[in-house]
Design a protein around this ligand. Structure first.
Ligand SMILES: [Ca+2]
Length: 167
């Protein structure tokens, strides 16, 4: 009887070891985004809540492989972004986004990652290019004020969101 019990323990141990080995061959997660990045459609997103200049923010994003400041191509992207923003840093009111004025044609804008502009969400009266000096764009979310505003690139520091293609 005692010998039989021991055999069963050995069998169970063997099975457990085998299971561990099988488990180690399976990726821990099906996520294709790095740890702490948020996955949405074909991209990964990371919000940095510490304010930075537009240039610092762009550089920070580019230091992530293939990263850029966030682009917002559709209203669905916009909804995702707002939900993600609320999740990470709900008290933040202004962030840099990857939209920038075309220096050769001040009526035009482009996204840092070269996707086409299909959706815009300008605040009333924006973009106003005050003093012809507002080349960068912030996304503002305050109580009665939600949308994009062109703003001077320098001397302003805001949190920002990076994105990069999902692997
Ligand atoms: Ca403006």
């Amino acid at each position: 009887m005692a010998a039989n019990s021991l055999s069963w323990i050995l069998v169970v141990c063997l099975m457990v070891n085998l299971c561990d080995e099988i488990a180690s061959d399976v990726p821990a997660s099906s996520d294709k985004c790095p740890h702490l990045w948020e996955e949405y459609e074909d991209n990964c997103f990371m919000m940095y809540a510490i304010p930075a200049t537009r240039a610092e923010a762009k550089k920070e994003c580019e230091q992530m492989q293939g990263g850029t400041l966030v682009s917002i191509v559709t209203s669905r992207d916009d909804d995702f972004l707002v939900n993600y923003w609320d999740e990470i840093s709900p008290l933040t009111t202004d962030i840099w986004i990857g939209l920038k004025r075309d220096p050769d044609n001040r009526d035009n804008f482009f996204w840092d990652n070269d996707v086409s502009i299909q959706h815009v969400n300008w605040l009333d009266g924006e973009p106003n290019d005050q003093d012809e000096h507002e080349d960068c764009v912030v996304y503002i979310r305050r109580k009665d004020n939600e949308g994009w505003n062109d703003r001077e690139c320098y001397d302003n520091k805001y949190p920002f969101i990076c994105m990069k293609p999902r692997v």
